[in-house]
Design a protein around this ligand. Sequence first.
Ligand SMILES: Nc1nc2c(ncn2[C@@H]2O[C@H](COP(=O)(O)OP(=O)(O)O)[C@@H](OP(=O)(O)OP(=O)(O)O)[C@H]2O)c(=O)[nH]1
Length: 319
Amino acid sequence: MLRNLASQKLLTRITRFNSTRWSSGAAPSEAVITSFPENPSSKSEEFVLQKVFAERGNDLPASQMKNPYEKEKFVSSFTGRPYGRHITGLCKHKHEQVAKEIAKARSLGMMPVMLKNVKFLKDPALYDPEKPLRPHSCPDEPISATLVRCAFFAAHKHRNQRRKNDDKSPYINHPLGAAFILTNEAGITDPIVLQAAILHDTVEDTDTSFEEIERLFGPKVRAVVAEVTDDKTLEKQERKEAQVKNGPKKSHEAKLVKLADKLYNLRDLSSPNGRPKDWDDERVREYFRWARRVVQGLKGTHDELEKKIFELCDKGEKV
Ligand SMILES: Nc1nc2c(ncn2[C@@H]2O[C@H](COP(=O)(O)OP(=O)(O)O)[C@@H](OP(=O)(O)OP(=O)(O)O)[C@H]2O)c(=O)[nH]1
């Protein structure tokens, strides 16, 4: 009875046609809704699918049978397409079962098939960098995709920050520039080091937490980011001394990030528009002297980067 009512309701909103719009075979239904509900993952849709799963008595685990739509597990609210296995966490067999059930429900007119709601085309929630569809534990995410996700996350976190220089360049230029120094000048390809370089100021300078870094990029990246994050509860002078004192104890990965960080900042200070607006010559010289002390404690990490830093210090201490 309920089933009939629900399907009648849905059927009034559905026009059937042979759809070729689905690019993947995952959504084989031919029914397309002509008007969109306010929320594509509406409760009624959820309820209907639950009924379908329950009545058909398929052999999904009890927890998923109970509420197959729980946490929007199986169908994207934005596209109406079933999520892939990397999102649902189902094995191949169960995933195929779910896809079949969704297809059956749709062909019976018991579940709407939605095209992307135009309302969502410009919705930033389509990709939320803080809740990406693939978590770090997804084993098959290509490293190029991880690095892009990481860069996008850092850009999002630093979006309202500018460098202190005359140009007020976007802050994200600094962490991306440090990562680029590592790949381009130091030949570093270790993804942990590169992610840590991109993220190295997110906890220190934005609302990012270490837990967030671990959830999204894994415990190794978190550990390196933690090593290069200053303790902002310390007084500035103490903080600066802590970098000199603790540098030698850091991991090789953290030392590489520190070298790239310093080299980027020293280059900035050596360029005509790179120095912070309110820094006089003495403050610039002081930064070079302090950077030299920090980098002396990192010696033996990467000869080429260290050499470049000491050359800049030789000049910068004399401005
Ligand atoms: N040279 C330069 N630095 C800028 C600019 N904008 C922001 N900064 C940041 O300022 C910091 C150096 O300024 P300080 O006054 O010495 O330190 P503080 O901001 O931590 O108090 C660096 O932070 P940091 O990344 O935490 O590095 P570090 O101080 O640990 O080396 C650097 O990245 C800029 O336009 N030019």
